[in-house]
Design a protein around this ligand. Structure first.
Ligand code: DP6
Length: 330
């Protein structure tokens, strides 16, 4: 009744932004991500009669309120599938700041789903794990897989065709790197969930976002499969800017960028002027992630780490699938 799983975080190259069904977490658009080897969450889950309620600790801190409720909802889904009612103790630890726009909910809900299903002896195929993880946090359905991953939006009302699939495996493009820059570890004020809903309700640009997503998906897919770095990078950078344009034009505005974010975007543009090819992407937070090739990675990372705006860098490559491990957090 006890299991531990580890899942890598993922960063979208074509972003998921907006739900057609908030309850089941079904998106308006498909998305494609890169799973990152250096950012991960480890989660141990134990179901037992000895627990009278679900107990959760994250990075050693006891959690209650909304965050606990979200985890309980996910466990209830898994308990229903396994037809059990035991409460659980859950301990989770990530090696990066949570809720700062580094996709902590992606690795967290992927690890939770894998550990909890295994603890209840459900041996589910990856497709089913992805469907369950999706209902905890949309981006988590992509963290079930390593390498490059596409979350197909699906069209069914019940969400059975809305899950992630691998576009290319972890070892497909070993030269591709993503430098994750932590500019400020502050937690964001508006969660992606509320930000998306507000965007759909009020941004006049949301329709335009949806109109161009299919073509971005096609370009990013072929950028990955044919290892065309400029095509991949340019499309990913533009896609992130388009998503942020929809956020910035909501009422009230949602601006996830901090001054340091702009400094970093300019630095990436400056590097390109100096003929060092790299491209940025940004999620629901101030952090800037930079795509580059291995031959330039160390030089770029050094340059970023010397900037006063940058507190920490993670030089990442593609990570592997979410997996079960022997180590236990309690
Ligand atoms: C900007 O997956 O965190 O990072 O489904 O509401 O839990 P919920 O949202 P979440 O949103 C991620 C949004 C994004 C883009 C992306 O990862 O595709």
């Amino acid at each position: 009744m006890k299991a531990t799983a580890i899942a890598n975080s993922n960063i979208a190259l074509v972003k998921y932004w907006g739900k057609r069904n908030e309850e089941l977490i079904l998106p308006y658009n498909s998305s494609i991500s890169m799973t990152l080897d250096k950012l991960y969450t480890t989660t141990t889950v134990e179901f037992s009669k000895k627990y009278s309620k679900d107990e959760l600790t994250i990075d050693g801190e006891k959690i209650s309120g909304e965050e606990l409720e979200r985890v309980e909802r996910q466990l209830n889904l898994i308990r229903r599938t396994a037809k059990v009612s035991e409460k659980a103790k859950i301990a989770s630890a990530s090696n990066f700041p949570k809720a700062a726009g580094l996709a902590s909910s992606a690795s967290a809900f992927a690890a939770l789903t894998l550990a909890a299903t295994k603890a209840l002896d459900l041996h589910l195929p990856k497709k089913e794990l992805s469907i369950i993880a999706r209902q905890g946090s949309g981006s988590a359905c992509r963290s079930i897989y390593g390498g490059f991953v596409e979350w197909q939006k699906g069209t069914l009302e019940n969400g059975e065709d809305s899950y992630a699939m691998q576009v290319a495996p972890q070892n497909h493009w070993p030269e591709l790197c993503m430098i994750v820059n932590v500019l400020t570890p502050k937690q964001k004020k508006i969660k992606s969930r509320a930000g998306m809903a507000q965007t759909i309700a009020t941004s006049p640009l949301y329709k335009a976002w949806l109109e161009t997503v299919e073509s971005d998906l096609e370009k990013v897919r072929s950028g990955i499969l044919e290892k065309k770095f400029p095509l991949l990078g340019q499309t990913a950078e533009m896609n992130a800017l388009k998503m942020h344009s929809t956020m910035i034009t909501t009422e009230p505005h949602i601006i996830y960028w901090e001054p340091e974010t702009i400094v970093m975007m300019k630095e990436v543009m400056q590097l390109r002027e100096e003929a060092t090819e790299c491209y940025f992407t940004i999620d629901g937070g101030p952090q800037v992630k930079v795509l580059c090739l291995e031959k330039d990675a160390k030089k770029i990372e050094k340059r970023f780490s010397e900037m006063k705006e940058v507190q920490k860098t993670f030089l990442c490559k593609t990570g592997g699938d979410a997996k079960l491990i022997d180590m236990e957090l309690f």
